[in-house]
Design a protein around this ligand. Structure first.
Ligand code: R5P
Length: 289
């Protein structure tokens, strides 16, 4: 079914408009009025056509989730028959089990709530640990696009001998795929997390090169990239670049990464950030159409 228009949430305008342009459909802003008590009144531009994209960049997800659900409701009430949610960065994927008694199963609550409002969800490289497919937790159709093609194009553009490095065991499938696509050698490290800001990275045998490109799906506190860079330096790598899909970057993360000595850091534009250098609009639009 063809897409007729794209509605974007506040904070999602730049990428939303780019995706709409790639799709060749109008981009329409969802209005979110904040009352003095911080409740939201959500209004979509009418008339609403039949088959729509609802576009939201969900970093800092807590204040955005309810407006997104209200926007889906508003679209249906105004005539949308099919809502494809495009959420390039999917939050709340890490808490996929109850690690300690008394904790919530955040991934399930998030997936049930968001998936219940949409007909389809499309996202890019979600952080999946213990579940393999989004369909295991989302009640609607849910598609996860791999970031490997985007990162492989970027990695292949550099010059000289270099190795792709995934910082942990979970990164192995996609660092392998990146290696296949870019033609570069690759390794996956193992990581022990000792706390929010303490990790130990074990680097396996490396090919005889002096340059490495670290690749990760998320950089949050920057601890993983910083620790991996130090471990690579200790193993004789003199030049470390890094590419991440989702630039979550908590306060202090960039300083931590710079201090570790990463030369060049690039991210996809799923979350607006000064390191954005890999555009995702054409890729997302191609997957939708
Ligand atoms: C974890 O398994 C992920 O792939 C990332 O390595 C992790 O979320 C990065 O977090 P941080 O930047 O806080 O180390």
């Amino acid at each position: 079914m063809p897409i007729h228009e794209l509605h974007f949430l506040p904070d999602s305008e730049t990428l939303g408009r780019k995706v709409a342009r790639q799709l060749g459909v109008p981009a329409r802003a969802v209005d979110v009025h904040r009352f003095p008590d911080r409740e939201s009144l959500v209004q979509v531009a009418t008339p609403v056509l039949r088959d729509v994209v609802l576009f939201a960049q969900l970093h800092d997800p807590n204040p955005k989730l309810l407006p997104l659900l209200l926007a889906a409701d508003a679209l249906r009430r105004a005539g949308a028959r099919r809502i494809r949610g495009v959420v390039p960065y999917l939050p709340y994927m890490r808490q996929d089990v109850v690690f300690e008694p008394g904790q919530a199963l955040s991934q399930h609550v998030f997936a049930e709530t968001l998936g219940g409002a949409l007909d389809e969800l499309v996202t890019l490289e979600p952080h999946l640990h213990r579940i393999r497919r989004l369909s295991e937790v989302f009640p609607c159709r849910a598609r996860s696009l791999p970031a490997a093609p985007l990162l492989a194009d970027w990695a292949a553009r550099g010059r000289g001998s270099r190795v792709l490095v995934g910082p942990d065991a979970e990164s192995e499938p996609w660092v392998r795929e990146l290696g296949r696509r870019s033609g570069l050698p690759w390794v996956a490290c193992t990581k022990e997390r000792l706390g929010d800001r303490r990790v130990v990275i074990h680097v396996p045998d490396l090919p005889d090169v002096r340059r490495a490109i670290l690749v990760d799906d998320i950089a949050s506190s920057g601890t993983t990239l910083a620790a991996a860079t130090r471990s690579l330096h200790r193993r004789g790598i003199t030049h470390v670049d890094a590419a991440v899909v989702h630039a979550v970057f908590a306060p202090g993360a960039l300083q931590r990464i710079e201090k570790a000595g990463i030369r060049r850091l690039v991210s996809c534009d799923t979350i607006p950030h000064e390191t954005n250098g890999i555009g995702t609009a054409a890729y997302l639009a191609a997957a939708l159409s």
